[in-house]
Design a protein around this ligand. Structure first.
Ligand code: CMC
Length: 361
């Protein structure tokens, strides 16, 4: 029995390859760096879904249909008291649960559009502001920022969000993707797969880490406090958020993709440079300390560390970070669910019973 299914192969996929020792991510044959260099959310979504929903999906066609799906989804935006009291990711999940289920491409497009429309609406409603309806003619990244702030974003902001959405679109058989495939294998429908996946994603050991990364940055406050604060946290047996990974034994390649995506925002004065300098100093101190304290376990920075800085720079409140992660990862969940449905079987592993047996008479 492998605790946590570590190293267990549970699916064959053509979608992405996570090479832990090399620190390399490939999505459908394209390296992460190439995808981010000229990629948009629409282009990576077309790449992931090609052949899995219909014979051929291209980025332009997908942009148009996504725009139409956002407009359709807006009808489901409601401001009821139950949703107002929930953390944004839970409110978003509750809204998605109201969508019809199915395995056809209309369901898939509704699900790709839904988190992008629901999260900005929930954030505005919870702040006491009226939600902003979507605009079909602009990209998904630009529209998410526009629906959140009520203003068209700058070119650099849209590019940074696109880089984030591309970077986190798919990542092997992580916990939420596995959840999506398990549900798909029962033929329950794509909406059910996405709901299960969001539920897995929200845990702090998976997609819930970037909010706590900022809490750590705030608690440390200044470079000179970093060592003392980090040592005290590790002495208390806490984990440093934004560090460590089940598969990567070196630096998570997504961390540098996001660090690079921040650069145009810094260069154009759209981000507080001192915040990035503080984060870099904390990263350096944490890496040195983890190396000293856990010499047998290579621990490096993971995607969540720079996710936190990038999403903060774009104006997302930290309680919304997991929701933004869900916006980007939904395409991966859908692609895996479709692959499972088309090529896989019911997922039904076995457990080893270690409890008592009835006493023989
Ligand atoms: N800070 C301090 N110690 C750590 C950390 C950390 N962030 N991560 C792992 N360790 C230690 C852990 O305490 C254990 O030490 P020991 O053997 O002495 O008890 C050892 O490393 C192995 O830990 P593990 O729990 O067996 O490793 P895992 O593969 O289950 O953990 C992880 C992976 C991501 C859950 C873990 O590294 C962690 O909790 N990191 C902090 C939370 C975080 O940043 N999560 C985002 C992950 S990236 C997003 C994604 O791809 O989903």
């Amino acid at each position: 029995m492998k605790n946590g299914l570590e190293d267990v192969i549970a699916a064959e996929t053509r979608l992405s390859d996570v090479d832990g020792p090399a620190g390399r991510l490939i999505i459908r044959g394209v390296s992460l760096d190439d995808l981010v260099a000229d990629g948009t959310y629409e282009s990576v979504a077309a790449l992931l879904l090609d052949g899995l929903l219909e014979a051929h999906v291209n980025a332009e066609g997908l942009k148009e249909r996504l725009g139409a799906a956002r407009a359709e989804i807006y009808a489901y935006v409601v401001a009821d008291a139950t949703l107002l009291a929930l953390p944004p990711v839970d409110a978003m999940r509750a809204l998605i649960a109201r969508l019809p289920d199915g395995e056809d491409f209309e369901t898939a497009f509704r699900l790709l559009a839904a988190p992008a429309v629901f999260l900005p609406a929930v954030l505005r409603i919870q702040r006491g502001e009226a939600p902003v309806p979507p605009t079909a003619s602009i990209s998904q990244a630009a529209d998410i920022l526009r629906m959140m702030t009520g203003r068209l974003p700058s070119v650099e902001q849209t590019a940074a969000l696109d880089a984030y959405l591309v970077t986190i679109s798919d990542h092997g058989l992580n916990a939420s993707t596995f959840a999506s495939r398990v549900i798909a294998s029962t033929h329950a429908g794509l909406t059910s797969s996405v709901l299960a996946a969001i539920s897995a994603l929200k845990g702090p050991l998976h997609g819930g880490a970037p909010g706590p990364v900022l809490d750590m940055l705030d608690a440390i406050g200044a470079e000179s406090h970093a060592k003392t604060w980090l040592a005290a946290a590790l002495d208390r047996g806490e984990r440093l958020m934004g560090f460590g990974h089940r598969i990567y034994r070196v630096r998570d390649p997504r961390a540098d993709a996001l660090k690079n995506a921040l650069k145009p925002l810094v260069a154009t004065g759209q981000v507080d440079r001192s915040r990035i300098t503080l984060a870099e100093a904390i990263e350096k101190a944490a890496l040195a300390m983890l190396k000293e304290r856990k010499p047998d376990r290579p621990l490096d920075v993971n995607v969540e560390f720079y996710t936190a800085l990038l999403l903060e720079s774009l104006g997302f409140p930290r309680e919304a970070f997991t929701g933004v992660f869900a916006i980007g990862r939904t395409v991966g969940w859908i692609a895996h669910a479709r692959e499972q449905l088309l090529e896989g079987r019911l997922i039904r592993p076995k457990s080893v019973y270690v409890g008592p047996f009835p006493i023989a008479a």
